[in-house]
Design a binder for this molecule. Sequence first.
Ligand SMILES: [Zn+2]
Length: 186
Amino acid sequence: MKWMLNTDEILKTCGEHKIVDDLEKQVFYKFLQKTSPLHTLALALILYALGGVPFVVWGMGVRAVCLFHVTCLVNSICHRHGQQPWITNDLSRNIWWVAILSFGEGWHNNHHAFQYSARFGLKWWQMDIAWYTVRFLETIGLATDVKLPIPTDIQRRTCSYSQTSFESLNPTPIGAKSVIAPHQVN
Ligand SMILES: [Zn+2]
C-alpha cells in the first residue's frame, strides 16, 4: 500500500498534475468534480428508498470495501505471484483470477509492459471487461484515438510470448484510429 501514500514517487513517475490539463478544462468533468459529494449522497438516498439500510450497507459500504481490496490485491499479489510474459524489469505478474475480479487489471504484467494501452488482456482468452467497455464505446463513437501496444514496444518487451500471434491485438479498426499494424512475433 506504500505506493498510495508516496506522492513524491507518484509525481516522479506520472508527472505533475498538469498531465490531465485537457480533462480539467472540459465542462463535463469540472461539473463531476465539483458535485462529486452530491453523487454519493444521491446514490445513498436512492438505495435507501429502494431497500432501506441493508441496501445502503451493501450498495455502498460493502461495495467500497470490495473495490478497495481488489485494488490492493492487484498492487500486492500481482507483484509477487503469477506469470511474467513480458520483459518489464520489475515484479509485475499476470494472474487470471485477479483479472476477473478486477475487470482486467490482473493482467498486470501486460499493463506494466504497455502502460498506455487501453487493453490489458492481450490474448483473446485474457478476459478484460474494461477493454470490452472501451471497445464498445469506440464502436458507438464515444471513444476515439484508443491506444494499443505498438509493434516496436512489443518487440522490445517480448520474451516468453515467442509463440504468440499479435494479429489478435489488431482488431478491425474503427475509423482510422487503430494504432497497431498487423505484426507477428514468432
Ligand atoms: Zn504494478
